[in-house]
Design a protein. Structure first.
Length: 160
């Protein structure tokens, strides 16, 4: 009987250790997915940002499509990409992510900030393809929307 309890205890410990490794591996995949998602934002923002700065020629079709892409990204349900335990404060993730634990500890503040970004992008999507002046006029609110989360919920580059 004692031998059987020892085997069961060992199996429980091995299972717990194994599931922790699986969880850590899954969390890193989730973080990779959300970082890829953010790169889509960055790519589309780069297209309109370069136009707004005069670094590339304004193209109404490209601007309108990029703005629509940004709005589509903002409307996606990304909650599975943000599980608790996936911040830079969590063990083993210090160098993997810039997400601060305040995303979860101050919730729903992050959702409110995201709603602000979505509202800015809804407006931006209606004006980006009109002309350069309209594109430039919409960029500030979009930038402020992005900054709303990045300022409060992402570690600064030097802190990473």
């Amino acid at each position: 009987m004692i031998k059987r309890k020892g085997i069961v205890a060992t199996l429980v410990i091995v299972s717990a250790l194994g599931s922790g490794a699986v969880f850590a591996e899954e969390v890193e995949k989730i973080i990779e997915a959300r970082q890829s998602f953010m790169q889509l934002y960055s790519f589309n923002l780069g297209l309109v940002g370069e136009m707004a700065k005069g670094k590339t020629e304004y193209d109404a079709d490209i601007a309108a499509n990029a703005a629509q892409n940004l709005l589509a990204l903002a409307k996606m349900n990304t909650s599975p990409m943000w599980p608790q335990g996936s911040s830079k404060a969590d063990a083993g993730l210090e160098e993997v992510t810039s997400a601060l634990p305040e995303i979860w500890t101050t919730y729903p503040k992050v959702s409110e900030k995201h709603n602000d970004l979505t509202a800015a992008l809804e407006t931006f999507a209606t004006v980006a393809g009109k002309d350069l002046a309209s594109l430039r006029g919409g960029m500030k609110a979009v930038g402020d929307g992005c900054k709303g989360c990045h300022q409060d919920f992402r570690a600064k580059k030097e802190d990473k």
